[in-house]
Write a protein that binds this ligand. Structure first.
Ligand code: CO8
Length: 258
Protein backbone atom coordinates (compact mmCIF):
# COMPACT_ATOMS: atom_id res chain seq x y z
CA UNK A 1 0.00 0.00 0.00
CA UNK A 2 1.39 3.44 -0.87
CA UNK A 3 1.74 5.87 2.02
CA UNK A 4 -0.60 8.88 2.18
CA UNK A 5 0.74 12.11 0.67
CA UNK A 6 -0.33 13.97 3.81
CA UNK A 7 -0.04 12.45 7.27
CA UNK A 8 -1.98 13.72 10.27
CA UNK A 9 -1.51 13.02 13.96
CA UNK A 10 -4.17 13.85 16.52
CA UNK A 11 -2.37 13.65 19.87
CA UNK A 12 -3.93 14.26 23.28
CA UNK A 13 -2.05 17.33 24.51
CA UNK A 14 -3.78 19.84 22.29
CA UNK A 15 -1.33 19.84 19.37
CA UNK A 16 -2.13 18.45 15.93
CA UNK A 17 0.64 17.65 13.46
CA UNK A 18 0.20 17.65 9.68
CA UNK A 19 3.05 16.42 7.49
CA UNK A 20 3.30 16.76 3.71
CA UNK A 21 4.69 13.45 2.54
CA UNK A 22 5.83 13.39 -1.09
CA UNK A 23 9.59 13.17 -0.52
CA UNK A 24 10.34 12.01 -4.09
CA UNK A 25 8.70 15.16 -5.51
CA UNK A 26 10.17 17.57 -2.92
CA UNK A 27 6.68 17.69 -1.42
CA UNK A 28 5.22 19.37 -4.51
CA UNK A 29 1.65 20.36 -3.82
CA UNK A 30 -0.52 18.35 -6.18
CA UNK A 31 -4.29 18.48 -6.00
CA UNK A 32 -4.46 15.50 -3.68
CA UNK A 33 -2.05 17.13 -1.20
CA UNK A 34 -4.02 20.37 -1.24
CA UNK A 35 -7.34 18.60 -0.75
CA UNK A 36 -5.92 16.68 2.21
CA UNK A 37 -4.37 19.81 3.72
CA UNK A 38 -7.73 21.56 3.45
CA UNK A 39 -9.46 18.51 4.95
CA UNK A 40 -7.12 18.13 7.94
CA UNK A 41 -6.92 21.85 8.68
CA UNK A 42 -10.73 22.08 8.63
CA UNK A 43 -11.09 18.98 10.77
CA UNK A 44 -8.46 20.05 13.31
CA UNK A 45 -9.89 23.58 13.28
CA UNK A 46 -13.22 22.10 14.39
CA UNK A 47 -11.75 19.69 16.96
CA UNK A 48 -11.93 21.20 20.46
CA UNK A 49 -9.16 18.84 21.63
CA UNK A 50 -6.73 20.55 19.26
CA UNK A 51 -5.57 24.04 20.18
CA UNK A 52 -2.57 24.55 17.93
CA UNK A 53 -1.42 22.90 14.72
CA UNK A 54 2.08 22.28 13.34
CA UNK A 55 2.41 21.95 9.56
CA UNK A 56 5.64 20.51 8.27
CA UNK A 57 7.39 18.55 5.51
CA UNK A 58 10.68 16.71 5.60
CA UNK A 59 14.34 17.72 5.89
CA UNK A 60 14.72 18.41 2.14
CA UNK A 61 11.50 20.32 1.54
CA UNK A 62 8.61 21.94 3.31
CA UNK A 63 7.13 22.10 -0.21
CA UNK A 64 8.77 22.96 -3.55
CA UNK A 65 5.62 24.58 -4.89
CA UNK A 66 2.61 23.53 -6.86
CA UNK A 67 3.14 20.32 -8.83
CA UNK A 68 4.49 21.56 -12.17
CA UNK A 69 3.93 18.15 -13.80
CA UNK A 70 0.25 18.37 -12.92
CA UNK A 71 -0.02 21.89 -14.43
CA UNK A 72 2.09 21.67 -17.58
CA UNK A 73 -0.81 20.67 -19.86
CA UNK A 74 -3.63 22.41 -18.01
CA UNK A 75 -5.61 25.27 -19.53
CA UNK A 76 -7.46 28.11 -17.80
CA UNK A 77 -10.82 26.39 -17.53
CA UNK A 78 -9.21 23.20 -16.25
CA UNK A 79 -7.42 25.26 -13.57
CA UNK A 80 -10.67 27.01 -12.68
CA UNK A 81 -12.52 23.70 -12.41
CA UNK A 82 -9.82 22.21 -10.20
CA UNK A 83 -10.83 24.82 -7.63
CA UNK A 84 -7.41 25.12 -6.02
CA UNK A 85 -8.15 28.77 -5.20
CA UNK A 86 -10.98 27.52 -2.93
CA UNK A 87 -8.62 25.04 -1.26
CA UNK A 88 -6.12 27.82 -0.54
CA UNK A 89 -8.91 29.81 1.12
CA UNK A 90 -9.99 26.81 3.20
CA UNK A 91 -6.39 26.29 4.32
CA UNK A 92 -6.13 29.96 5.31
CA UNK A 93 -9.46 29.89 7.15
CA UNK A 94 -8.36 27.62 10.01
CA UNK A 95 -9.31 29.48 13.21
CA UNK A 96 -6.56 27.83 15.30
CA UNK A 97 -2.93 28.98 15.24
CA UNK A 98 -0.91 27.08 12.64
CA UNK A 99 2.88 26.94 12.92
CA UNK A 100 4.89 26.16 9.77
CA UNK A 101 8.00 24.13 10.58
CA UNK A 102 10.15 24.75 7.48
CA UNK A 103 13.21 22.70 6.58
CA UNK A 104 14.71 22.69 3.11
CA UNK A 105 12.80 24.33 0.27
CA UNK A 106 9.68 26.45 0.66
CA UNK A 107 9.21 27.64 -2.91
CA UNK A 108 6.30 28.99 -4.90
CA UNK A 109 3.13 27.48 -3.46
CA UNK A 110 5.30 26.09 -0.62
CA UNK A 111 6.38 29.60 0.39
CA UNK A 112 2.75 30.71 0.02
CA UNK A 113 1.60 27.83 2.19
CA UNK A 114 4.12 28.83 4.89
CA UNK A 115 2.86 32.43 4.64
CA UNK A 116 -0.70 31.18 5.16
CA UNK A 117 0.45 29.91 8.56
CA UNK A 118 0.65 32.19 11.60
CA UNK A 119 4.19 31.51 12.78
CA UNK A 120 7.12 30.27 10.68
CA UNK A 121 9.95 28.36 12.36
CA UNK A 122 12.75 27.80 9.85
CA UNK A 123 15.87 25.69 9.88
CA UNK A 124 19.18 27.45 9.19
CA UNK A 125 19.40 25.74 5.80
CA UNK A 126 15.87 26.55 4.67
CA UNK A 127 15.45 28.31 1.32
CA UNK A 128 12.45 30.41 0.41
CA UNK A 129 11.35 31.93 -2.87
CA UNK A 130 8.63 32.76 -5.37
CA UNK A 131 10.25 31.46 -8.56
CA UNK A 132 7.02 31.25 -10.57
CA UNK A 133 8.04 33.90 -13.12
CA UNK A 134 10.77 31.52 -14.27
CA UNK A 135 8.13 29.09 -15.52
CA UNK A 136 5.82 31.68 -17.07
CA UNK A 137 3.29 32.18 -14.29
CA UNK A 138 3.03 34.26 -11.12
CA UNK A 139 2.54 33.36 -7.45
CA UNK A 140 -1.08 32.23 -7.42
CA UNK A 141 -1.58 30.99 -3.86
CA UNK A 142 -1.49 34.40 -2.23
CA UNK A 143 2.16 35.30 -2.79
CA UNK A 144 1.63 38.62 -4.54
CA UNK A 145 -0.48 39.71 -1.57
CA UNK A 146 1.01 38.05 1.51
CA UNK A 147 4.68 38.56 0.61
CA UNK A 148 4.47 42.40 0.41
CA UNK A 149 2.35 42.44 3.56
CA UNK A 150 5.07 40.45 5.34
CA UNK A 151 8.23 42.07 3.95
CA UNK A 152 7.15 45.32 2.26
CA UNK A 153 6.85 46.30 -1.40
CA UNK A 154 10.52 46.58 -2.33
CA UNK A 155 11.73 43.23 -0.97
CA UNK A 156 8.62 41.51 -2.33
CA UNK A 157 9.21 43.00 -5.78
CA UNK A 158 12.90 42.13 -5.60
CA UNK A 159 12.20 38.45 -5.05
CA UNK A 160 8.95 37.94 -7.00
CA UNK A 161 10.28 39.75 -10.09
CA UNK A 162 13.57 37.83 -10.23
CA UNK A 163 12.49 34.47 -8.83
CA UNK A 164 15.68 34.44 -6.75
CA UNK A 165 15.66 32.25 -3.67
CA UNK A 166 16.48 33.67 -0.24
CA UNK A 167 17.93 32.12 2.88
CA UNK A 168 16.30 31.60 6.26
CA UNK A 169 18.49 34.41 7.65
CA UNK A 170 17.35 36.78 4.89
CA UNK A 171 13.75 35.74 5.54
CA UNK A 172 14.19 36.43 9.26
CA UNK A 173 15.75 39.84 8.59
CA UNK A 174 12.86 40.73 6.25
CA UNK A 175 10.23 39.65 8.78
CA UNK A 176 8.99 36.58 6.89
CA UNK A 177 10.26 34.09 9.46
CA UNK A 178 9.45 34.13 13.18
CA UNK A 179 12.50 32.22 14.41
CA UNK A 180 15.50 30.29 13.05
CA UNK A 181 16.78 27.14 14.73
CA UNK A 182 19.33 24.45 13.78
CA UNK A 183 17.95 22.25 10.99
CA UNK A 184 17.66 19.23 13.28
CA UNK A 185 15.51 21.14 15.78
CA UNK A 186 12.88 22.66 13.49
CA UNK A 187 10.07 20.24 14.21
CA UNK A 188 10.77 19.89 17.94
CA UNK A 189 10.92 23.68 18.38
CA UNK A 190 7.65 24.14 16.48
CA UNK A 191 5.97 21.43 18.55
CA UNK A 192 7.30 22.95 21.80
CA UNK A 193 5.91 26.36 20.80
CA UNK A 194 2.61 24.74 19.83
CA UNK A 195 2.41 23.10 23.28
CA UNK A 196 3.09 26.49 24.88
CA UNK A 197 0.18 28.01 22.90
CA UNK A 198 -2.04 24.97 23.58
CA UNK A 199 -1.77 25.64 27.33
CA UNK A 200 -3.29 29.09 26.93
CA UNK A 201 -7.02 29.90 26.92
CA UNK A 202 -8.25 28.93 23.43
CA UNK A 203 -10.91 31.63 23.13
CA UNK A 204 -8.29 34.33 23.72
CA UNK A 205 -5.89 32.63 21.32
CA UNK A 206 -8.50 32.50 18.55
CA UNK A 207 -9.34 36.16 19.10
CA UNK A 208 -5.66 37.17 18.82
CA UNK A 209 -5.43 35.34 15.49
CA UNK A 210 -8.67 36.81 14.17
CA UNK A 211 -7.89 40.38 15.27
CA UNK A 212 -4.39 40.35 13.78
CA UNK A 213 -5.43 38.79 10.47
CA UNK A 214 -8.59 40.83 9.96
CA UNK A 215 -6.85 43.97 11.20
CA UNK A 216 -4.14 43.57 8.54
CA UNK A 217 -6.88 43.88 5.92
CA UNK A 218 -8.70 46.79 7.55
CA UNK A 219 -8.11 50.42 8.40
CA UNK A 220 -6.51 51.08 11.79
CA UNK A 221 -9.80 52.45 13.05
CA UNK A 222 -11.76 49.37 11.97
CA UNK A 223 -9.09 47.06 13.36
CA UNK A 224 -9.13 48.84 16.71
CA UNK A 225 -12.92 48.58 16.83
CA UNK A 226 -12.67 44.84 16.14
CA UNK A 227 -10.09 44.47 18.90
CA UNK A 228 -12.30 46.37 21.37
CA UNK A 229 -15.26 44.10 20.65
CA UNK A 230 -13.08 41.02 20.98
CA UNK A 231 -11.64 41.97 24.37
CA UNK A 232 -15.06 42.99 25.67
CA UNK A 233 -16.46 39.65 24.52
CA UNK A 234 -13.67 37.78 26.33
CA UNK A 235 -14.81 39.34 29.61
CA UNK A 236 -17.75 36.94 29.35
CA UNK A 237 -15.46 33.90 29.32
CA UNK A 238 -14.83 31.62 32.29
CA UNK A 239 -11.18 31.43 31.29
CA UNK A 240 -10.78 35.20 31.77
CA UNK A 241 -12.09 34.85 35.35
CA UNK A 242 -9.85 31.84 35.93
CA UNK A 243 -6.75 33.49 34.43
CA UNK A 244 -7.07 36.66 36.47
CA UNK A 245 -8.05 34.81 39.68
CA UNK A 246 -5.10 32.41 39.32
CA UNK A 247 -2.73 35.37 38.95
CA UNK A 248 -4.07 37.05 42.10
CA UNK A 249 -4.11 33.77 44.06
CA UNK A 250 -0.57 32.96 42.85
CA UNK A 251 -1.55 29.56 41.42
CA UNK A 252 -1.49 27.86 38.02
CA UNK A 253 -4.65 28.52 35.99
CA UNK A 254 -6.84 25.71 34.67
CA UNK A 255 -8.36 26.83 31.40
CA UNK A 256 -11.42 25.06 30.04
CA UNK A 257 -11.98 26.80 26.73
CA UNK A 258 -15.21 28.34 27.99
N1 CO8 B 1 6.52 20.14 -9.14
C1 CO8 B 1 6.69 18.86 -9.56
N2 CO8 B 1 7.80 18.13 -9.29
C2 CO8 B 1 8.79 18.72 -8.59
C3 CO8 B 1 8.68 20.05 -8.11
C4 CO8 B 1 7.48 20.77 -8.41
N3 CO8 B 1 7.26 22.02 -7.97
N4 CO8 B 1 9.81 20.34 -7.45
C5 CO8 B 1 10.59 19.25 -7.50
N5 CO8 B 1 9.97 18.27 -8.19
C6 CO8 B 1 10.47 16.93 -8.49
C7 CO8 B 1 11.52 16.96 -9.61
O1 CO8 B 1 10.90 17.00 -10.87
C8 CO8 B 1 12.25 15.66 -9.34
O2 CO8 B 1 11.49 14.60 -9.84
P1 CO8 B 1 12.21 13.41 -10.70
O3 CO8 B 1 13.11 12.74 -9.70
O4 CO8 B 1 11.08 12.58 -11.15
O5 CO8 B 1 12.98 14.09 -11.80
C9 CO8 B 1 12.23 15.56 -7.81
O6 CO8 B 1 11.16 16.40 -7.36
C10 CO8 B 1 13.50 16.06 -7.15
O7 CO8 B 1 13.74 17.36 -7.64
P2 CO8 B 1 15.20 17.84 -8.09
O8 CO8 B 1 15.97 16.72 -8.70
O9 CO8 B 1 15.04 19.06 -8.92
O10 CO8 B 1 15.81 18.16 -6.64
P3 CO8 B 1 16.92 19.24 -6.25
O11 CO8 B 1 17.20 19.02 -4.80
O12 CO8 B 1 18.06 19.21 -7.23
O13 CO8 B 1 16.19 20.67 -6.44
C11 CO8 B 1 14.39 22.26 -6.13
C12 CO8 B 1 15.14 21.01 -5.59
C13 CO8 B 1 15.34 23.49 -6.07
C14 CO8 B 1 13.21 22.47 -5.22
C15 CO8 B 1 13.98 22.04 -7.61
O14 CO8 B 1 13.32 20.79 -7.70
C16 CO8 B 1 13.04 23.08 -8.13
O15 CO8 B 1 13.47 24.14 -8.55
N6 CO8 B 1 11.71 22.79 -8.13
C17 CO8 B 1 10.70 23.68 -8.70
C18 CO8 B 1 10.46 24.90 -7.82
C19 CO8 B 1 9.40 25.78 -8.44
O16 CO8 B 1 9.54 26.29 -9.54
N7 CO8 B 1 8.30 25.98 -7.69
C20 CO8 B 1 7.19 26.80 -8.13
C21 CO8 B 1 6.13 25.95 -8.76
S1 CO8 B 1 4.77 26.89 -9.43
C22 CO8 B 1 3.85 27.31 -8.06
O17 CO8 B 1 4.14 26.95 -6.97
C23 CO8 B 1 2.61 28.14 -8.32
C24 CO8 B 1 1.71 28.12 -7.09
C25 CO8 B 1 0.39 28.73 -7.37
C26 CO8 B 1 -0.53 27.81 -8.11
C27 CO8 B 1 -1.92 28.29 -8.02
C28 CO8 B 1 -2.78 27.59 -9.08
C29 CO8 B 1 -4.14 28.20 -9.17
Amino acid sequence: MTEAVVLAQYPQEGVGLIRINRPDARNALNLEVRKLLAHYLTDMGNDPAIRCIVLTGNDKAFAAGADIKEMVNAGSIEMLLRGTHKLWRTIGACPKPVIAAVSGFALGGGCELAMTCDIIIAGEGARFGQPEVKIGIIPGGGGTQRLPRAVGKYKAMRYALTGDLFTAKEALDMGLVSEIVPDTEVESRAIAMAHQIAQLPPLAIEQVKECILRGLDASLDTGLALETKAIQMLFASEDKKEGMSAFIEKRKPHFKGL
